[in-house]
Design a binder for this molecule. Structure first.
Ligand SMILES: Cc1ncc(COP(=O)(O)O)c(C=O)c1O
Length: 422
């Protein structure tokens, strides 16, 4: 249930009393105390989003497995466990993070297009709740490993419904030309094979057609395909328990509105309810995305073209890869206030790649070196995608609650970076 007190509180990354804050903590103060680049998350905002989705799915039998791939920083994962969420891991590493965050194996589903034998073996040994299988070969490997261990494994089959998520092509995963899942006919055969196995238990079907989905049409089509197949399998006498509809709901980055968590839940329930299948969801971005900001300090400013400026920040593609990887748009706001005229600014990072931008053609008073900026809506696929390219240490991460904050991850040092090298 959603705690009533959250309704009255102002929380999240917000502009209030003429300053940008996370809950009641000034972002500029945090940048000064922790340094830059630093990720900042609102714990209450994350909890609130989780509780909103849970409440919107209501009394219908459902399970929310937070997708760790969006943000697997331990403090964030632990927070969601404490809020009541279950876990979706996309790799052996994410399984281990989920365990360290306090999840028990039965609360973890394992997804992923290329699970190694080692990852599968560990997952079966642990007894994770479900392994979402991506191919006939993977089902064979799971069965062989389970037989060798004298264990059982609960398996769902990831279907590829050939649905265009109409998101960025790099994160649209439901078209048949992509590497994900199996076609519907093959899925039917595979389910028969699992149902007939002495070692495997058929959980149901899994589908995930993409991320940052902005309209519900593709979700309806994909989930509809999964429910129709599950219903047909049940008619054959198979005990199909659930449909796992993956994640994918987009967030509003300030460039295009998206359906709300409530609208998303309503659409899912409309399609799944008549089947009485248990509903499993794996949201990532829609839970953590808007709850995070990346604090960065301006290092250099130089003229660019007749009336523009190139603003070089101390955060770049190594800290936030989405603009370079997908041309993604993130709002960027100055934390240092200036009353000068607004000018065109390209906000770029320090990495030796032209793609290393945080945002181009932004209108703002021209920042000066030393000024602070905040990049908004970076709670998902921000720190989780950070790298050490150019030997840049990973940024610090801070979790804020109301007027207090804790260091969720200290800034990486050069020694940390080199710890694995001889
Ligand atoms: C299988 C699977 N489940 C869940 C998610 C989470 O998606 P999102 O963060 O868009 O909600 C992803 C991300 O692409 C995924 O691949």
């Amino acid at each position: 249930m959603r705690p009533a007190r959250l309704v009255q509180m102002a929380f999240g990354i917000r502009f209030d009393d003429a300053m940008w804050g996370c809950d009641d903590v000034s972002l500029a103060t945090l940048a000064t105390e922790v340094g830059t680049p630093t990720y900042v998350y609102s714990a209450t905002d994350i909890e609130e989003r989780y509780h909103r989705l849970d409440a919107a799915l209501g009394a219908y039998p459902h399970a929310i497995h937070y997708a760790l791939k969006a943000n697997s920083t331990l403090a964030v994962v632990r927070l969601l466990r404490q809020a009541g969420s279950l876990a979706d891991a996309n790799s052996g590493g994410e399984v281990e993070v989920a365990l360290r965050a306090g999840f028990i194996p039965d609360q973890i589903v394992l997804t992923g297009v290329g699970k190694t034998e080692q990852e599968l073996d560990r997952a079966i040994r642990l007894g994770v709740r479900t392994i979402n299988a991506e191919s006939a070969g993977e089902v064979d490997r799971i069965e062989a490993l389970a037989v060798a261990q004298g264990a059982r494994a609960r398996v769902a089959v990831r279907i590829n419904p050939d649905v265009d998520a109409r998101s960025h092509p790099h994160i649209s995963t439901g078209l048949k030309a992509t590497k994900f899942g199996v076609a519907l006919d093959e899925a039917r055969e595979l389910c028969r094979r699992i149902a007939g196995s002495a070692t495997l238990d058929l959980a149901g079907l899994h589908v995930h057609v993409g991320s940052q989905i902005g309209t519900l049409g593709p979700v309806r089509r994909a989930v509809g395909a999964a429910v129709a197949l599950a219903t047909a399998l049940r008619a054959e006498g198979m005990a199909v328990e659930e449909v796992d509809v993956g994640g994918g709901l987009g967030i509003d980055y300030g460039d295009a509105p998206v359906p709300t968590l409530e609208e998303y839940a309503t659409a899912l329930l409309e399609i799944v309810r008549p089947s009485s299948l248990r509903l499993v969801v794996e949201p990532g971005r829609s839970i953590v995305g808007p709850a995070g900001a990346l604090l960065t300090r301006v290092v250099d400013v130089k003229p660019r073209g007749p009336d523009g400026w190139c603003v070089v920040a101390d955060a770049g593609m190594t800290d936030l890869m989405r603009p370079a990887l997908y041309g993604a748009y993130h709002r960027i706001v100055p934390l240092t206030r200036r009353q000068t005229a607004r000018v065109h600014c390209d906000i770029v990072g320090p990495v030796c790649e032209t793609s290393d931008t945080l945002g181009t053609a932004r209108e703002m008073p021209r920042p000066e070196p030393g000024d602070l900026l905040a990049v908004l809506d970076v709670g998902a696929y921000g720190s989780a995608m950070a790298s050490n390219y150019n030997r840049r240490p990973m940024p610090a991460e801070v979790l804020v609650r109301c007027a207090g904050w804790e260091l969720a991850r200290r800034r990486q040092t050069v020694d940390d970076m080199l710890a694995c090298e001889s």
